[in-house]
Design a protein around this ligand. Structure first.
Ligand code: GCW
Length: 674
């Protein structure tokens, strides 16, 4: 991953480090402090190729002094402790004279925070930054930064493209794989502090004593790295593993069952984080089975968890074929009326867009709609709809686009990032989740570049206001090389890559054109499935007149769920930005676009631009050959070739199919190859 610690190549900077870091004093006594020592030893000996001594007394210039603010070497130092006020996890890195010697101090209120500071410091080395005169204060904008594993107990991973689950349930708890430690190191290095071990399409078995022993073993590994464990709670668990005849949240014996179950979990895992719940969606059981609301269900679990400080993350990804509305409207319709009815330790977990992790969606209207309910973000790292782990798609720009969207909640612009980081309101907790793309593949994520999405998620979770170019830069340097040209080439591949996927799959606001069920490859012709909202024709609505889903006031009026002026912007055919045009409008094939081309011509142009862009990525990658090891070079080269062939496949399949409606000639300099 990005913690390779290969020797640094810039001699001048290595010299600078060797004179600035002559010894290391790590003060404290905890498992986290042990982790810090191990990581620093590994990082410095790898990066600098010299063993820097760990010492107990400051005797030389260039001592790294590391520990929390109460450690004896730090407690007596003069610095502004209010800088660390914001969070237990905030850290400070400060150049100071200690005992007459030039030192760099890394401290925090907690050992966890110190660990984050240490990883930040190591990152400076890995990316070859100078470390003198650089004082840093850093605190996370969001309190709970969590991976969601859609991992099943049989080790299959729903929508997982990187092998099987990392969790070897069969050999746990007695056998603790080294990879659990490495997973924790990687997470901790980017500030991820929670992990939901199990799939939201949940199996209640994980809540049985047999599995709780195994969960405990994982929690024990992760704790020193500052990572809490969470589980998915299947709503019908009281019936399936508890022997009750109902799971109705208003029944006393059901509540009691959950209270007892939660106590039992905390006996195994004293810092258990809480539950993630998918209820009454895609066939999952939930409170609506008993004519109760999402709030009734969430609050029952929240009451059980509250005495222990646990939280409930209740998903807003709900839809139902029986409900005859535009599917993108259903979450708002179900949750908006419940605003204010949730317990304080419930957070509603909302996907970035109102449909389902498509390559491009507008932001979810709930982000602008809930005045009294904390909302958390759910991003998807695993590329279910963006070419699995076969296509290179750096997703950070997609998440940044969503985080920067202005919701106009509470009559203020309020970006999505501001809403979820609670800049304007005082919620008990804030959170963000990413559906993991990690499996037991040797390279963790399937595609060597898919690791960048894990990395970017962590960085954006810590600071949702940061930018993708900076994130790509760091990741590329740590993962591949600090060579300037190589970085430039790799960034030029990464930064436009998501937009290219949009262009060759679903340009101009198109969505849900992918293959039935498996979700790989083009299939805009899908119809006649068990649910109309699982077809493609439902979403693109192509006919002889034009194409697109009318969600304005003359159509499904999904736009009514957004605040002004967002609503007006998208409602107007002229003002609606090209990239969301067909999400909100049914548009005539002859419609003149801002480019001067007709809609049909623009579609052809975009699909072809996607293909050209992937070809360009291949050229850029070839230029990195001298700087990248053969194994990864060849892996990426082959994957890019597949991506190119499949971009062509998408272009041809979609355009040839849509041409049967538009009845117009292909536009542009290409001939469909299929
Ligand atoms: O995107 C869809 C996936 C399902 C997934 C669901 C969800 C876990 O196709 O596999 O189920 O979303 O987010 O609940």
């Amino acid at each position: 991953l990005w913690l390779k610690y290969d020797p640094l190549t810039d001699r001048a900077i290595v010299k600078h480090y060797q004179s600035s870091i002559t010894s290391i004093l790590v003060d404290g006594n905890s498992e986290t402090i042990d982790v810090i020592k191990r990581e620093l030893a590994m990082a410095t000996s790898g990066l600098l190729q010299s063993k820097i001594p760990f010492i107990n007394r400051i005797e030389k210039n260039g001592t790294l002094v590391i520990g929390n603010i109460n450690a004896s070497s730090i407690a007596s130092l003069q610095f502004d402790r209010s800088l660390l006020q914001k969070s237990e996890e905030a850290y400070l890195i400060k150049n100071m004279i200690v005992k007459g010697k030039r030192c760099i101090v890394i401290t925090s209120r907690s050992d966890r925070g110190v660990l984050y500071g240490v990883f930040y410091f190591i990152r400076l080395l890995q990316t070859q930054q100078r470390i003198d005169g650089r004082d840093v204060v850093n605190s996370p904008a969001i309190a709970n930064r969590i991976l969601n594993h859609w991992d099943n107990l049989d080790r299959t991973v729903e929508r997982g493209y990187a092998g099987f689950s990392l969790w070897d349930w069969h050999r746990l708890p007695a056998y603790v794989d080294q990879r659990y430690h490495d997973y924790a190191r990687a997470n901790s290095s980017i500030g991820i502090n929670g992990t939901v071990l199990t799939n939201v399409n949940a199996n209640a078995q994980v809540l049985t004593p047999f599995y709780l022993e195994k969960v405990k073993a994982l929690a024990d590994v992760f704790r020193p790295y500052g990572i809490k464990v969470y589980l998915t709670a299947r709503f019908s668990a009281p019936m399936e593993i508890g022997g009750l005849s109902t799971a109705d949240p208003s029944e006393k014996n059901v509540q009691q069952w959950w209270n007892d179950k939660v106590k039992e979990i905390y006996r195994h895992v004293p810092d258990f984080g809480g539950f993630l719940v998918k209820a009454n969606s895609e066939g999952q059981p939930g409170p609506q089975n008993y004519k109760r609301t999402h709030a009734d269900g969430a609050n029952m679990l929240a009451d059980a968890l509250a005495p222990f400080g646990g939280i409930v993350m209740w998903r807003a990804f709900v839809y139902d074929n029986e409900v005859p509305v535009d599917r993108t409207k259903q979450a708002y319709n179900e949750f908006k009326p419940l605003d204010g009815l949730f317990r304080k330790n419930v957070i509603v977990q909302v996907k970035n867009g109102p449909l389902d992790f498509q390559p491009r969606e507008p932001f979810h209207p709930l982000f602008g709609a809930m005045e009294k309910t904390p909302l958390m973000m759910e991003f998807q790292l695993t590329q279910e709809y963006l070419g699995f782990a076969t296509h290179l798609a750096f997703l950070s720009p997609m998440w940044e686009e969503c985080l920067k969207s202005k919701t106009f909640a509470h009559d203020k612009p309020s970006t999505v990032a501001e809403i979820i980081s609670d800049e304007s309101r005082q919620y008990q907790s804030t959170a963000i989740a990413g559906v993991a793309n990690i499996g037991n593949d040797r390279n963790w994520c399937g595609h060597p570049f898919a690791q960048s999405n894990w990395y970017a998620f962590g960085r954006l979770a810590w600071d949702p206001f940061s930018n993708s170019s900076q994130i790509a830069d760091e990741w590329a340097r740590m993962t591949f090389s600090n060579d300037q040209n190589t970085i430039q080439n790799i960034k030029s591949m990464m930064l436009p890559s998501r937009e290219l996927v949009v262009s060759y799959m679903t340009p101009l606001g198109l969505h849900h054109l992918m293959g039935w069920n498996h979700h790989y490859g083009p299939a805009p012709w899908i119809k006649d499935k068990p649910r109309v909202d699982w077809t493609s024709v439902y979403y693109h609505r192509a006919d002889s007149m034009g194409i697109g889903f009318n969600r304005t006031s003359t159509g499904s009026n999904a736009l009514e769920q957004y605040q002004q002026p967002v609503r007006d912007l998208y409602e107007s055919l002229d003002k609606c930005p090209d990239e969301l045009l067909l999400w909100f409008h049914h548009v005539s094939w002859n419609h003149k676009m801002t480019s001067g081309r007709t809609l049909w011509e623009e579609m052809c142009y975009k699909y072809q631009a996607g293909v050209i862009g992937v070809n360009n990525m291949k050229t850029l990658w070839d230029k990195t050959r001298a700087q990248v090891d053969e194994e990864r070079y060849n892996a990426v080269k082959q994957l890019l070739e597949i991506q190119y062939q499949e971009a062509v496949w998408w272009r041809d399949a979609c355009l040839l199919y849509f041409q049967t409606f538009s009845k117009k000639p292909m536009y542009g300099d290409f001939k469909p190859a299929h």
